[in-house]
Design a protein around this ligand. Structure first.
Ligand SMILES: Cc1cc2nc3c(=O)[nH]c(=O)nc-3n(C[C@H](O)[C@H](O)[C@H](O)COP(=O)(O)O)c2cc1C
Length: 403
């Protein structure tokens, strides 16, 4: 039987831990059981799941920086629903299948990747760790993971590609100055990016109250590092060095049209993805206008409070694309089972936004690696249990979709 001393010692250790993490105790998004499970001396290797990294990132970061990472818009419900929706999809496991060897490799736009899980574009990563995108790139290198660099990166794409030691994908905001946008595209192509992902879900204006509240709680003087209190990486970051940005007023114009996509298609000589598609109609037109694929994304719930999760949008997009091109998805993916469900509903690859950055904030490169390791372990586990030794065997019949 456990002695009272042992129980109290354990409680004291827990309270000591919580006393250095005041925000953690108040964090509504972190279940008590998860918080209690975090070891007293956390290391990246000892983390059990992705959500534990969120608590540590919150503790490690200044309020405004954590707020920037966490924020959605309005009530942050779309952020939550992106993940919650996965609990309404169930897995149909099959027995008597040889799962002694698993193959998670995937062919994507001409390259074979060891895993369908990739690191999605997250801007300004030096706000989360001094080594920022370089640490993420080194983690991607050590885990052979696909990395998409934001055009709002705080480290140049050339340096990130060097740290990754392989080509990286470039995410692109269509600025309202074509000269600037063209210069970015050409720079990314010169840096060896084989894929450019044009983000289209970020039209001007967003009500990111969580960020605003976090900024109120931050006593530091933001203008010491930021022009106009904004990170401004989409205009003043290293990707824009040598480019005249004086006419750029926003990172996405509000008059984007299908003609714009045609023009972009003409400009981009590598593969072109459209990131931020949530309907079958748009997906169909993107492919008709020459896109090489689409990414079902709502920017991690950071732009508009639609209350519609990306996994709910996925089937109509997959149906509309009809196998003509790959369909990728991001938003709310926190478990290997989430990856499995997205693959079953037709995704070719699955992106992580916040979780690797929680790992980065808490532990640097090792944290990003640990996040990738956990997702890999969880995906492998469910593949074994479900009787699906390859990605090709994770078909629509493997899930019951109650969305
Ligand atoms: C702090 C932060 C910065 C982001 N920056 C970009 C960006 O520069 N360009 C972009 O297309 N998406 C950006 N995203 C969206 C991600 O690429 C991705 O779509 C989203 O985070 C996925 O949802 P998840 O965070 O729930 O995994 C950002 C997301 C976060 C959290």
């Amino acid at each position: 039987m456990t002695s009272p001393d042992t129980v109290f010692a354990a409680r004291r250790a827990l309270l000591r831990y919580l006393s250095v993490l005041p925000a953690l105790a108040a964090a509504p998004s972190v279940a008590w059981s998860a918080a209690a499970a975090v070891p007293a001396a956390p290391t990246a290797e000892r983390m059990l799941d992705l959500m534990e990294f969120e608590a540590l990132a919150r503790a490690a970061l200044p309020p405004a920086h954590f707020g920037y990472l966490a924020t959605g818009v309005d009530d942050d419900r779309t952020v939550a629903i992106n993940h919650e929706a996965y609990s309404r999809i169930e897995i149909r496991s099959r027995r008597f299948v040889d799962v002694s060897h698993l193959d998670t490799s995937v062919q994507l736009l001409g390259t074979t990747w060891a895993s369908p899980v990739y690191l999605s574009a997250v801007s300004a990563q030096r706000a989360f760790h001094p080594e920022g995108e370089l640490a993420t790139a080194r983690a991607a290198r050590s885990r052979a993971a696909l990395l998409m660099v934001s055009s709002g990166t705080s480290t140049s794409v050339e340096a990130v590609a060097e740290a990754r030691a392989a080509p990286v994908w470039m995410q692109l905001y269509a600025t309202d100055d074509w000269e600037v946008t063209s210069a970015l595209v050409k720079r990314a192509e010169r840096a060896g990016c084989p894929v450019i992902a044009l983000t289209v879900d970020s039209v001007p204006g967003r009500n990111n109250e969580t960020l605003q509240r976090a900024m109120r709680a931050d006593t530091r003087e933001c203008t010491n590092c930021h022009v106009n209190n904004s990170h401004d990486m989409w205009r003043r970051g290293p990707m824009f060095s040598g480019i005249d940005v004086s006419k750029v007023t926003g990172h996405t114009p509000s008059n984007l049209s299908w003609e714009y996509l045609d023009r972009m298609r003409q400009l981009v000589s590598v593969k072109l993805l459209v990131k931020g598609v949530v309907t079958g109609e748009d997906a169909d037109r993107c492919i008709a206008h020459g896109a090489d694929g689409v990414i079902v994304s709502n920017h991690g719930g950071r732009e508009e409070e639609t209350l519609r999760s990306t996994i709910e949008c996925l089937p109509e997009v997959v149906a509309a694309v009809g196998g003509r091109a790959p369909v990728l998805i991001d938003g709310g993916i926190r478990r290997g089972t989430d990856v499995f469900k997205a693959l079953a509903l037709g995704a070719s690859a699955v992106g992580l936004g916040r979780p690797p950055i929680w790992g980065l904030a808490a532990f640097g490169q090792g944290g990003v690696e640990a996040v990738l390791d956990i997702v890999k372990r969880e995906l492998n586990t469910i593949m074994r249990h479900a009787g699906t030794p390859t990605l090709a065997s994770i078909t629509r019949e493997r899930v019951v979709n109650r969305l």
